[in-house]
Design a protein around this ligand. Structure first.
Ligand code: HEM
Length: 342
C-alpha cells in the first residue's frame, strides 16, 4: 500500500512533537492502533450528566429547579473560561507544551471578541430566566423549597469568582463602607464585600446559616483567587492597553454591557422571580433562613458597578433604572455603524 507524501509529512511532524517532550512516537502510534473511535455519549458524558439531578421531594417541578441551576453553573464556568483567557493574555502555550497560536500580548480585538462571548452567555441566562419565573407551579415551588433549607443560589461561588476577575475589589465593597475602604488593601476590601451583608436575618442583622456555611466553605478560596486575579482583572487589562486602544468604542461598549449584564439585568430578572414566588399576597414571604432579600436583591439598592469610570454621574445615580434599555440600543447602533465603516 502506498503512503501519501502528506501522510509521511504528518508522521514527521508528530515525531518532532513527541521528541520535544522526550517521548517515542511509536508508543503513541500503538495507542492509536488500539483506541476505539470516540462516541458522542462518551465524549459528552451524557450518562454522568443526566445522573446529577437528585430531587429531595416528589414534586415534579423540583427537577426544573435543579436543572436550571446546573445550566446556570455551566454558563458561569464558560464565562470564567473566557475571562481567564483575557486576564492571562490568551495564554499561548498549552499545559502540554503545544503552541496554540495565540498572541503574547493582549490584543484589543481578542479582548473585544472574548467579552462579546461573555456578554452572549449572560444574555442567554437573563433571557432564559423565565424558565424559573413562569416555568414552575408556585404551589409546588413554595413547598419543595422548604425541603432545601438552608441551601440558596446565594451560595454559588461561580458568580463571586466572575466578579473578582472582572473588577477592582473596591467597587464591590458594601456601599456603606466603599468610600472609607476605597484605597485599602484588597483583602480588607474583600472582607467587606457587599454580599457578606446580604444573607443576614432581616429583623436582627445576624448572619444566616446560609451565609455562615458559604463563608466557611469559600472565603479563604476567594482570598487566594483575589491574589491571583486582582492584579490582572479585566479593568487592569483595560488600563494596560495603549491610550488609543482604550478609546476603542466597541471595547468600551462591551465593558459597559458586561457591567449591565452582571450588575443590573441578571440581578433584576432574578429579583423579579423572587418576587413572583415569594412576594406573596402580603408580600412577606421569608428568604432562606429569614434573609433580608427584599432590601438586598434589587440592583438599584446595591449599586454595584464594575467600571464607574465608563458611566456618567447621572447613570451611576440612577443605576438599575430604565436608562439600561437605552444603553443596549446604543450598543446595537455602535456595532452597526462600525460594520458600515468597514
Ligand atoms: C425560583 C427561582 C429563584 C428564587 C425564588 C430565588 C430567590 C433568591 C433569594 C430570596 C435570594 C436571597 C438569599 C436567600 O434568601 O436565599 C437569592 C439569592 C441569590 N440567588 Fe436566587 N432564586 C432563584 C433562582 C436562582 C438561580 C437559578 C440562580 C442561579 C445560580 C440563583 C442565584 C442566586 C444568587 C447568585 C444569589 C445572591 C445574589 C446576590 O448576592 O446579589 N438564584 N435568590
Amino acid at each position: 500500500m502506498e503512503i501519501k507524501e502528506s501522510t509521511l509529512d504528518r508522521v514527521k511532524r508528530l515525531k518532532e512533537k513527541y521528541a520535544l517532550i522526550g517521548q517515542d512516537i511509536d508508543s503513541y502510534l500503538d495507542g492509536l492502533i488500539y483506541a476505539n473511535p470516540l462516541t458522542y455519549w462518551d465524549y459528552i458524558e451524557v450518562d454522568s450528566l443526566l445522573s446529577l439531578q437528585k430531587p429531595k421531594t416528589d414534586f415534579p417541578d423540583e427537577k426544573i429547579f435543579i436543572v436550571y441551576h446546573q445550566i446556570t453553573e455551566l454558563y458561569f464556568s464558560l464565562i470564567s473560561h473566557e475571562l481567564e483567557q483575557i486576564c492571562k493574555n490568551g495564554k499561548n502555550i498549552s499545559d502540554a507544551g503545544q503552541d496554540l497560536g495565540w498572541k503574547d500580548n493582549l490584543d484589543v480585538n481578542f479582548f473585544i471578541e472574548r467579552l462579546k462571548r461573555v456578554n452572549k452567555y449572560f444574555e442567554a441566562l437573563t433571557r432564559s430566566f423565565d424558565i424559573m419565573r413562569f416555568g414552575m407551579e408556585k404551589e409546588q415551588f413554595t413547598k419543595f423549597r422548604m425541603s432545601l433549607l438552608s441551601a440558596s443560589g446565594f451560595q454559588t461561588a461561580s458568580y463571586r469568582y466572575i466578579e473578582i476577575a472582572s473588577t477592582d475589589l473596591k467597587n464591590l465593597v458594601h456601599e456603606s463602607k466603599r468610600e472609607e475602604l476605597w484605597n485599602a488593601d484588597y483583602h480588607e476590601q474583600l472582607d467587606n464585600i457587599y454580599w457578606r451583608r446580604g444573607a443576614v436575618v432581616a429583623d436582627t442583622g445576624e448572619k444566616t446559616l446560609t451565609l455562615r456555611d458559604f463563608e466557611n466553605k469559600y472565603l479563604a478560596d476567594f482570598h487566594r483567587f483575589a491574589d491571583e486575579y486582582q492584579p490582572i482583572n479585566i479593568w487592569k487589562k483595560y488600563q494596560e492597553l495603549s491610550a488609543e486602544d482604550q478609546k476603542n468604542p466597541l471595547l468600551i461598549q462591551r465593558l459597559r454591557e458586561l457591567d449591565i449584564n452582571v450588575n443590573v439585568n441578571w440581578p433584576l430578572v432574578h429579583y423579579r422571580t423572587a418576587v413572583h414566588y415569594m412576594g406573596g399576597a402580603a408580600g412577606d414571604e421569608k428568604g432562606t433562613g429569614g434573609t433580608n432579600w427584599k432590601k438586598y436583591l434589587p440592583p438599584r439598592f446595591q449599586r454595584r458597578i464594575f467600571y464607574p469610570e465608563l458611566w456618567s454621574e447621572t447613570e451611576i445615580e440612577e443605576w438599575g433604572k430604565s436608562w439600561v434599555e437605552e444603553v443596549l440600543a446604543e450598543s446595537l447602533k455602535t456595532e452597526e455603524k462600525l460594520k458600515d465603516e468597514l
